[in-house]
Design a protein around this ligand. Sequence first.
Ligand SMILES: NC(=O)C1=CN([C@@H]2O[C@H](COP(=O)(O)OP(=O)(O)OC[C@H]3O[C@@H](n4cnc5c(N)ncnc54)[C@H](O)[C@@H]3O)[C@@H](O)[C@H]2O)C=CC1
Ligand SMILES: CC(=O)C(=O)O
Ligand SMILES: [Mg+2]
Length: 351
Amino acid sequence: MKTLNIASIPGDGVGKEIMPEAIRVLEKVAQVHGGLQFKFEEFPYSCDYYLKHGAMMPEDGMDRLSQFDSVFLGAVGDASKVPDHISLWGLLLKIRQEFQQEINIRPAKLLKGINSKLADPKDFDIVVVRENSEGEYSSIGGRIFHDDNEIAIQNNVFSKRATKQAMNIAFDLASKRKGLVTSATKSNGIFHAMPFWDEIFEEISEKHPNIKSESKHIDALAAYFITHPHELDVVVGSNLFGDILSDVGAAIMGSIGVAPSANLNLNGKYPSMFEPVHGSAPDIVGKGIANPIGQIWTAKMLLEFNGEANIAEHLLKVIEAVTADGYQTPDLGGKYKMTEVTDEIIKRLGQ
Ligand SMILES: NC(=O)C1=CN([C@@H]2O[C@H](COP(=O)(O)OP(=O)(O)OC[C@H]3O[C@@H](n4cnc5c(N)ncnc54)[C@H](O)[C@@H]3O)[C@@H](O)[C@H]2O)C=CC1
Ligand SMILES: CC(=O)C(=O)O
Ligand SMILES: [Mg+2]
């Protein structure tokens, strides 16, 4: 029997609602699989934890998480309790950076039965490869002076190593897909970092003559996600650009409530972390209508990256069959509650 030890961090807001749903699904997956079991340990790291303890996690928090095969996260952030930059840097970004989860993989494809926000979407299937450890997500800089003279300086960090790594992964993925890599740039406005990014992209493109490559400025590319998503394949972007594009990808899928993501540690030193693209959705907390599919599709990615590709594919097919038959939460225009969608997925997994 293979055992996967999973640290679950429900976090804040709808994170606490959708996490139990995805765990119910994974328990069913294990039963259907027959040779797989999960051991979950829940960690209460969240804004409520911060209010009690003055930090998002205890001092030995990272050591404890490092003992697990994977971290499974809901969402972090409740600005009514803790400023967002404190809560995210104290938990989400801390884990991504300290566990060297340098790549974030974010698929965006239309599931059957879901109405895209686009009037006439053609069948699209995009994977955003996001550099996940540096770029614009940097704590380097500071604030000086006061009142109207106050100045904020924020430094971006782009290393050749991490940039190349993200691009190599994008090309590798494209070689197994439609064979196109699109790079998100903004070298017409960002004077140093983006020409640097473009030069590296050109260098890596030349090493992959069989893969088509193109660069698009982030503003035009965001529009292209709306107008021509079916023409994209793998999109590689910096931390911020990948963040924004994956929300656009989620919107054209129909709702950010369905979008999954995987923060990958590639050197095997630390666990990878799996979390949906969305945040804690404070506007719908407590209503029982959060879409559980983002977290459940994320569970599919957790299975895949832990060597369980077959059952992972089966889970995605079941999710798609359920959405195709209209079991959808209100964010997708449906009338079903969160638990009803999950129940239907679990029922069909067993059939
Ligand atoms: N990975 C993470 O933990 C992330 C955390 N955040 C944090 O979450 C909080 C809220 O951020 P927002 O910018 O409002 O983004 P958000 O993703 O939480 O919400 C944006 C919109 O999408 C809807 N939505 C999100 N998840 C949904 C779901 N599962 N089902 C149905 N509808 C859903 C919300 O109701 C809202 O209308 C902030 O504290 C923010 O910092 C934001 C993004 C990612
Ligand atoms: C914070 C956030 O929105 C993200 O990393 O996707
Ligand atoms: Mg985001």
